[in-house]
Each structure stands twice: as C-alpha cells, then as structure tokens.
Design a protein around this ligand. Structure first.
Ligand SMILES: NC(=O)c1ccc[n+]([C@@H]2O[C@H](COP(=O)([O-])OP(=O)(O)OC[C@H]3O[C@@H](n4cnc5c(N)ncnc54)[C@H](OP(=O)(O)O)[C@@H]3O)[C@@H](O)[C@H]2O)c1
Length: 394
C-alpha cells in the first residue's frame, strides 16, 4: 500500500508543475463544458417548456419528431358526389409554415360542412384534403410558432383533416386536458363550439324559453339538445325515425317529433300545440331548404330563427317583408365568426372542456371509420343514417 501511495505522490508532483497548469485548466474547462452540453441536451428533450433554455448551452428545443415524407390522405380533385373522394396511400406530408403545427392525427371529425366543400356548395381550391378538425400529437413546429411543443396532445380546427398529418394553425389549436380522450373531443369540438356559441351569442337562450331544434339526433343536434336542457330551456326536437327520436327523448327533450312520420309531417301544428298556440322563442334550423318555411311559421311573434346549415339544401333568398307580420329576427351565423380571436377561441374551448370533464355534456360517436372508408362515411351522413358524430381513424 505504501509503495502505491509513493507512486501516486510522484505522479502528482510531475503533473502539478507551474508549466502544466494551463493544460490542466483546459482539461477541466472542457470537462465542465461537455457536462453542461449533456445536461442541456437532456433538458431540451424532457423539459423544454418548463425551463427556458439559454444560450450557449440550450441551442433550440426539439422542434420536430421523425416524420415520414408521404402519408395516407383523402383527396378531392373535382367537385361531385362521394365518389370524388380519393383515398391516397402516398400523398406528401405537408411542411408546417410560420404559425403552423404539424399534427399527427390520431382521430379526425367528419362534419356535414365537408360535404358542402365536396359538392362545391361552398367554394374551396382543389385539389383539396377535406376535414375541418383533428386531434393528435404535435410532431413539428413551423418557424416562429410558439405556445406549443413537440409531443403536445392537441385538437385543432382548420383544413385537411382527412389525413395522417395536418399542418394546422396554432391559433386554432388547443392542448387537450388530461382525462379527456381524443375521441370525446372530436365528437364535440367543431359541433360543440358551434352549439355553445349559437346558444350564447346568436340568441342568448334563457331558462324557460321554448326552443325548436331540427335534426336533434345529429352531430350538432345531439349536443345542442343537452346544452339547451342544461340552461333550463324547454326543447322541442325533430328527428327522422323512431330510433333517432328515442335518442333525443333520452337527452331530456320535452317534445320530440318524427318529422318523417305521417303524423310528424305536420310538425308546425305539433309545435304550436306544444307551446299553447304561441310558437317557439327561437328555432335552431340546420336543415335549411326543407324546413325554413315551417320554421318561420313555428316561431313566435318577435321570435328568432337561427339558420346555421343546409343539410337538405340552402334556404332560398327571402324577401325581407316576409319577416314583418311577426317582427321575426333571422340570423345566419358561422362558428368561425365567434372564435376569431384567441380569447374567444379559448373562452369556448375552456367551456367545452369543462362540460366534458364534469360530465354535463355527453358525446355520441356514431362510428369510427377507417380513412379508406371515407366514401361510405359521406354516403351515411348524406343518407341520414348517422346519429351523433362520425369519426375517421387516419
Ligand atoms: N354554421 C356553422 O358554423 C355550423 C357549424 C357546424 C354545423 N353546422 C351545420 O349543422 C348541421 C349539422 O351538421 P352535422 O355535421 O352535425 O350533421 P348531422 O346533423 O349529423 O347530419 C345532418 C342531419 O340533417 C338531417 N337532415 C334533414 N334533411 C336532410 C336531408 N335532405 N339530407 C341529409 N340530412 C338531412 C338528418 O337528420 P334526420 O334524419 O334526423 O332528419 C341528418 O342526420 C349541418 O347543416 C351543418 O352545416 C353549421
């Protein structure tokens, strides 16, 4: 042991000469520098949003996960029936631009509005990937995009949801809270935000109001009925067929009318009877062409009609004096007009998430379809075969 100690002393003495100090200092600094680098790399992987990384050790937080070049997507090159929906297995993955997130979609929503862009009722540039919403994981950020990081679980509104990856606007994306599934969010995101804004802003529904909701078993109608009942309104729901009517009844609707049945064809008379001849305070009409005249009759004097969709076709131009006899107000709102600013968007998304978390809003998923079955989804939706919300698994 003693011999060992002597050798160590000799070694130290030969190293610790005045001439060797600069070399030793360099070695020590290099070791410290490398350790810092390693630490920064670990921090940038696990804690990029918690600890802001500083130069020179931070470099930049990870801004991308490994992303393939091509993906599966549904593309529309020209307007038409469901057959124009083309399932592609090798479509380029988009590159996120400034203000965009690249999201790997776990699930996407299918909305009636998608059929309008497919048919050309609403204009949009082609070729186009349809789909207005998705939920999944952020895999990359475009330049100068803040507020999110790779790995965040988000829901987004935008375009091109019928695909494995979407370059979604960060301004219309939101982190999904713990305890809320991607599927529950997609069953209620675009539809739920619409319903909440329509019931609060287009017409501020009050406890005790009589409200007529058309297509009450559909994606938006299913949520609308619940939101109205939560406010304390008296709801008259219309739906096509006994199964759909039973579903609407189970949500607590006060009166349910099967407007495709023999008796229900005269739904205006039934609405008048239910309201003691007075008519309803407000109609939420997303069916359009087939119901608009009846809705005008069913609304009370000084009542409001909210036309917010065209499931049966658009409402034809109305002559304004038609509204005079009963002093009726009409509105033609769109969700995006109510969530233009980040503050407005967060207001409604927070409200939606808290309703989902508290169980005050139940969702109904009609079915989760694989992406390649997209033609069938549109056929089912336009064929009035769905209840609640159809979803797509990219
Ligand atoms: N303005 C906005 O910002 C906004 C946002 C979201 C949704 N919307 C509108 O809200 C409506 C509902 O959208 P959604 O995605 O939830 O669809 P949905 O209600 O699930 O499906 C449409 C429903 O409309 C009914 N309908 C009545 N006549 C029809 C016809 N001739 N052809 C097809 N369906 C008919 C059907 O229910 P029955 O069988 O029970 O009649 C059908 O299930 C759509 O009009 C949509 O454009 C508007």
């Amino acid at each position: 042991m003693r011999g060992c100690d002597d050798k160590l002393k000799l070694l130290m003495q030969s190293f610790l000469t005045p001439r060797s100090f600069p070399t030793l200092l360099c070695i020590a600094m290099s070791f410290a520098f490398r350790s810092s680098l390693r630490l920064a790399a670990i921090r940038s992987q696990f804690l990029p949003s918690i600890i802001p990384l500083q130069r020179p050790f931070s470099f930049s937080p990870i801004r991308t996960m490994s992303v393939p070049t091509n993906m599966k997507a549904v593309v529309v090159e020209q307007t038409g029936g469901p057959e124009v929906l083309q399932y592609k297995t090798s479509w380029p993955v988009p590159t996120p631009q400034e203000g965009q997130l690249l999201v790997r979609n776990n699930i996407s929503g299918v909305n009636y509005i998608d059929t309008y862009f497919r048919t050309g009722l609403y204009a949009s540039p082609k070729p186009e990937i349809l789909g207005r919403e998705g939920a999944g994981t952020v895999v990359a950020l475009g330049p100068n995009t803040s507020g999110f990081k790779v790995g965040d679980r988000v829901a987004w509104l935008g375009t091109s949801g019928y695909a494995e990856y979407t370059a979604a606007p960060a301004a219309k994306a939101v982190k999904i809270p713990e305890g809320v599934s991607d599927e529950d969010v997609m069953a209620s995101f675009l539809s739920g935000l619409t319903v909440l804004s329509l019931a609060k802003e287009t017409y501020a529904v009050q406890k005790g109001d009589w409200v007529l909701v058309h297509a009450a078993a559909g994606g938006a109608g299913f949520l609308m009925t619940q939101v109205l009942k939560n406010i304390g309104a008296k709801v008259i729901g219309t739906a096509g067929g006994p199964e759909k009517c039973a579903l609407v009844k189970s949500l607590g609707a006060d009166v349910v009318i099967d407007y495709r049945s023999e008796e229900g064809k005269d739904w205006v008379k039934l609405v008048k009877e239910a309201t003691g001849g007075r008519g309803v305070d407000v109609v939420y009409d997303s069916v359009g062409k087939d119901t608009w005249e009846g809705s005008l009759e069913a609304v009370k004097r000084k009542g409001t009609i909210v036309w917010f969709g065209n499931a049966s076709g658009p409402v034809p131009p109305i002559s304004l004096p038609t509204l005079s006899p009963k002093c009726v107000k009409i509105a033609r709102p769109t969700l995006f007009g109510y969530i233009e600013t980040r503050e407005e968007f967060e207001y409604y998304t927070n409200e939606l998430f808290s309703l989902l978390q508290s169980g005050q809003l139940k969702v109904k998923i009609h079915k989760v379809y694989p992406l390649e079955d997209i033609i069938q989804v549109h056929k089912d939706l336009e064929g009035r075969k769905t209840t609640g919300k159809p979803l797509l698994k990219p």
